[in-house]
Design a protein around this ligand. Structure first.
Ligand code: BGC
Length: 460
């Protein structure tokens, strides 16, 4: 991971890790005040948020509205998607009293974006099953601004952020030792604060803080050291984005259930553990990750929840299972074991990824800080973390924590805290929108970053 991080920072295309610039060079400190809005698009659910902040890291008030993204919108047109988003914001704002005048909006867009400023950037490619062709290459902030204007809203995107960056922003707002953020939900990714002089591919990049948040896009991490099973290969073949997001396909919520399903299918083909009911196991994505979690967490003596899921969701009728003498409980135990293995691998890989970042930052206690800092002194390090899989699946969390301690050793691990930031991706974007409000009303606080970067990269 560390080698690939260096390669991705050295040149565009130098690694499967994109190591994207975010133009976020200063994170919220707790002194922000006012009412800000944000939109969070990118996972299974879509959210609109209103956040009222007061000085001293106080979230005075927070309102969140959430709805699932209609499946057809994820495969339709850009216009369809952004009109849906703009309309949802319009509905949300009805009844709000502070909507006169211009409003700054934080836009969390959880896909790889090549940013050219903190408030603009073009979509590199879709992930997590989205596939709207006409959005690729377009400035997604502009797409949203146009849809907002068409709805008659006097709102403008002043911060376009990845969900990892929103999470880091909220983590840092509460605790200044927060240096990285990780998402483990439908997809997975991480970002961290890098020194600008270590971002070799952008020589001349200047920021007031001397650092910039880098969106790693670690979901696309790949390495010949990563053992890949036949099930990973089968899964990859089924997806829209073959050969991409290899790490994500081993870790995130979108895929874990399907990996287990592929294992069961193979077992059904090669043995009679699933009786005559094997056919339904040939349906891709029939086992979702929340079911995989429920199977793994069933602690009833007869695994009754496992039985229910097999019957109702995998359509493995008990009848067919009962045709095999003594098979049902044994089969259910086997099913739990497979779900356990798939979960454990995912959690341990994510933990290894986190240690990669700590190593790059010189905070893994090895004393050989690859970035030259730290030299191994124990420093308190906080990693903000969020995402449905991590937050909703205790066994996954346990495995991840256990692996962190195993890799770092107990002493170093004591200085590393994983902190869940509730709704961080959206709230953090609102806080960044607050920081960049001046962008919209006149002066440009990010001028330093953008101007110097553009001087060096005139074609951008
Ligand atoms: C996307 C990232 C995002 C992650 C978590 C991945 O599929 O490429 O940009 O941060 O999912 O939502």
């Amino acid at each position: 991971m560390v080698v690939e991080m260096h390669a991705g920072l050295a040149s565009d295309g130098g690694s499967k890790l994109k190591m994207l610039l975010t133009f976020v060079d200063a994170l919220p400190s707790g002194s922000e005040e006012g009412v800000y809005y944000s939109i969070d698009l990118g996972g299974t659910n879509f959210r609109v948020l209103r956040v009222q902040v007061g000085a001293g890291s106080v979230i005075v008030n927070q309102k969140v509205e959430q709805q699932p993204i209609p499946e057809e919108l994820t495969k339709g047109t850009s216009e369809g998607l952004f009109n849906f988003v703009a309309l949802a914001l319009k509905n949300f704002l009805e009844g709000e009293d502070d909507q006169d005048g211009k409003m700054a909006l934080g836009f969390t867009f959880s896909f790889p974006v090549r940013q050219i400023s903190v408030s603009s950037g073009s979509l590199i490619r879709w992930t997590k099953g989205f596939s709207i062709r006409d959005t690729v290459g377009r400035d997604v902030a502009q797409c949203l601004n146009e849809a907002l204007a068409n709805c008659g809203l006097n709102v403008r995107v002043t911060a376009l952020v990845n969900d990892t960056v929103g999470t880091l922003a909220l983590g840092h707002y509460y605790d200044e030792d927060t240096v990285a953020a990780v998402i483990i939900g439908s997809g997975t990714n991480a970002c961290y604060i890098e020194r600008t002089d270590a971002i070799i591919k952008c020589q001349g990049l200047l920021t007031n803080s001397g650092g910039m948040v880098v969106n790693m896009e670690w979901g696309n991490f790949w390495s010949s050291h990563l053992p890949r099973t036949p099930y990973d290969i089968l899964l990859d073949d089924e997806t829209h984005n073959r050969n991409d997001q290899g790490f994500e396909k081993m870790i995130s919520g979108m895929y874990l259930g399907e990996i287990a399903r592929l294992v069961f299918h193979r077992m059904a083909q090669e043995s009679d553990v699933f009786g005559d009911a094997a056919d339904s196991l040939s349906n891709p994505f029939i086992l979702s990750t929340p079911f995989l979690a429920a199977i793994r967490e069933d602690d009833s003596p007869d695994l009754s929840e496992v039985r229910r899921i097999l019957q109702e969701h995998l359509k493995l009728s008990d009848d067919s299972l009962f045709q095999i003498p003594d098979a049902p409980l044994k089969t259910r135990r086997l099913v739990v074991k497979v779900c356990d293995i798939v979960t454990r691998r995912a959690a341990r890989l994510a933990a290894a990824g986190i240690v990669g970042i700590l190593k790059k930052l010189g905070r893994d206690g090895s004393g050989a800080a690859s970035s030259g800092r730290g030299r191994g002194q124990p420093r308190r390090t906080v990693v903000a973390i969020e995402g449905g899989l991590y937050q909703g699946y205790p066994v996954f969390r346990e495995y991840l924590d256990e692996a962190l301690v195993e890799i770092l050793g107990e002493e170093v691990a004591r200085n590393v805290t994983l902190r869940v930031t509730e709704d961080g991706s959206g709230v953090g974007a609102a806080l960044l929108a607050a920081k960049n409000f001046a962008l919209y009303i006149g002066s440009d606080p990010t001028l330093n970053v953008t101007t110097f970067y553009l001087m060096r990269h005139p074609t951008e």
